[in-house]
Write a protein that binds this ligand. Structure first.
Ligand SMILES: NC(=O)C1=CN([C@@H]2O[C@H](COP(=O)(O)OP(=O)(O)OC[C@H]3O[C@@H](n4cnc5c(N)ncnc54)[C@H](O)[C@@H]3O)[C@@H](O)[C@H]2O)C=CC1
Ligand SMILES: O=C(O)[C@@H]1CCC=N1
Length: 272
C-alpha cells in the first residue's frame, strides 16, 4: 500500500446502502479525505459532494486512487461496473461487494488475478448504527483484508464472518429482514386505526412495542418462545390473537417468504 491511494476507500455505486455505510463511517469520525466516490450520474455526485464534502471522481480514477473499493450497485449492474474498473485494479487491492446473490468467484473472474474480494450482506438499520453485516472472504483474501472490511462495516453495526454458502440465507434473514419487520409494523398500525386509535397514537404504540421487544430479545438473551409465553395469559387476549395467526399460517408464510428470498438471490447470480 503506497502512494496517494494508501488507506483510501472508494465507494462506487452510492445509493441507499452505499450512502448509509459511507455516512456512518463519516459519523464515526473517519476523515472525509479517506473516501472517494464514483457515481454514474453527475447530479448524484454533486449531491454527495455538497452533503459530505467527499471527492467525486470518474469510476476509473476512483478505483485507481484507492486501496479498497466498495461496490454498491445493484447485482444486475455489477458485471458492467467490474468491466469498467478492471483495467486499473491491482493484486492485493480489496473489493467489497454489497450485491445480493453475487458470488466472490463471479467477481474474481471479472478482475485481475490476486485482487481480494469480500462479499457482504449488510442491512439498512446501519442508518442508525444498528446494522447487521455478514461477510465472507473470496479466494485471495488474507486476514488484513477481512479486518479492513470489518472496520468499514463495523462503523454502522455488528459484523459477523460467515461461510459464503450461507450468504443467501443471511440475505433472507438480515438483509431483507428489515422489510418484513416494517411490513408487520405497518399491519399493526393499520389494525390499530381500524380499532379506532388515531393514526399517530397507533404508530407510537406499535413502534415503541417493536423497540421494546427487540431490546428485550437482545438484553435478556432469552428465546422468543419464552418471551412470547410471558405475554400469553391462559384464556387471555394474546392467546385469542395468536390463534388467528396460527389459523392463517403466518409462520409457514415466513418460511416460504424467506425461501423465496434465498431463491431470488440464487437467481440473481444465475442471471449475471
Ligand atoms: N437496500 C438494501 O436494503 C440492501 C441492499 N443490498 C445490496 O446493495 C446494493 C445496492 O442496493 P441499493 O443501495 O438498495 O440500490 P440503489 O439503487 O439505491 O443504489 C445503487 C446505486 O448504484 C449506482 N450505480 C449503478 N451502476 C453504477 C456504476 N457503473 N457506477 C457508479 N454507480 C453506479 C446507481 O446509480 C445507484 O445510485 C445491491 O447490490 C443490493 O443487492 C444489500 C443489502 C441490503
Ligand atoms: O431486495 C434486495 O434485493 C436487496 C438485497 C437485500 C435487501 N435488499
Amino acid at each position: 500500500m503506497a502512494g496517494d491511494q494508501a488507506g483510501k476507500t472508494a465507494f462506487i455505486g452510492v445509493g441507499v446502502m452505499g450512502e448509509t455505510i459511507l455516512a456512518g463511517l463519516l459519523r464515526s469520525g473517519r476523515p472525509v479525505g479517506d473516501f472517494i466516490v464514483g457515481v454514474r450520474r453527475q447530479e448524484r455526485g454533486d449531491e454527495l459532494a455538497t452533503k459530505y464534502g467527499v471527492t467525486v471522481l470518474p469510476n476509473l480514477d476512483a478505483a485507481a486512487s484507492a486501496d479498497t473499493v466498495v461496490l454498491g450497485m445493484k447485482p444486475q449492474d455489477l458485471a458492467g461496473a467490474l468491466q469498467e474498473i478492471a483495467p486499473v485494479l491491482r493484486p492485493g487491492q480489496l473489493l467489497v461487494s454489497l450485491a445480493a446473490g453475487i458470488t466472490t468467484a463471479f467477481i474474481e473472474t471479472h478482475v485481475p488475478g490476486g485482487v481480494a474480494v469480500v462479499r457482504v450482506m449488510p442491512n439498512t438499520p446501519a442508518l442508525v448504527d444498528e446494522g447487521m453485516h455478514a461477510l465472507s472472504a473470496g479466494s485471495h483474501c488474507d486476514e488484513a483484508h477481512l479486518v479492513e472490511a470489518e472496520g468499514l462495516l463495523g462503523a454502522t453495526g455488528k459484523v459477523v464472518r460467515i461461510a459464503e454458502k450461507l450468504q443467501n440465507a443471511a440475505t433472507a434473514v438480515s438483509g431483507s429482514g428489515p422489510a418484513y419487520i416494517f411490513y408487520v409494523v405497518e399491519a399493526m398500525i393499520d389494525a390499530g386505526v381500524m380499532l379506532g386509535l388515531p393514526r399517530p397514537l397507533a404508530t407510537e404504540l406499535a413502534v415503541q412495542t417493536l423497540y421494546g421487544s427487540a431490546t428485550m430479545l437482545r438484553e435478556t438473551q432469552q428465546h422468543p418462545t419464552i418471551l412470547r409465553e410471558q405475554v400469553t395469559s391462559p384464556g387471555g387476549t394474546t392467546a385469542a390473537a395468536l390463534r388467528y395467526l396460527e389459523d392463517h399460517k403466518v409462520k409457514a408464510a415466513f418460511l416460504s417468504a424467506m425461501e423465496a428470498c434465498r431463491d431470488r438471490a440464487q437467481q440473481l447470480a444465475a442471471d449475471s
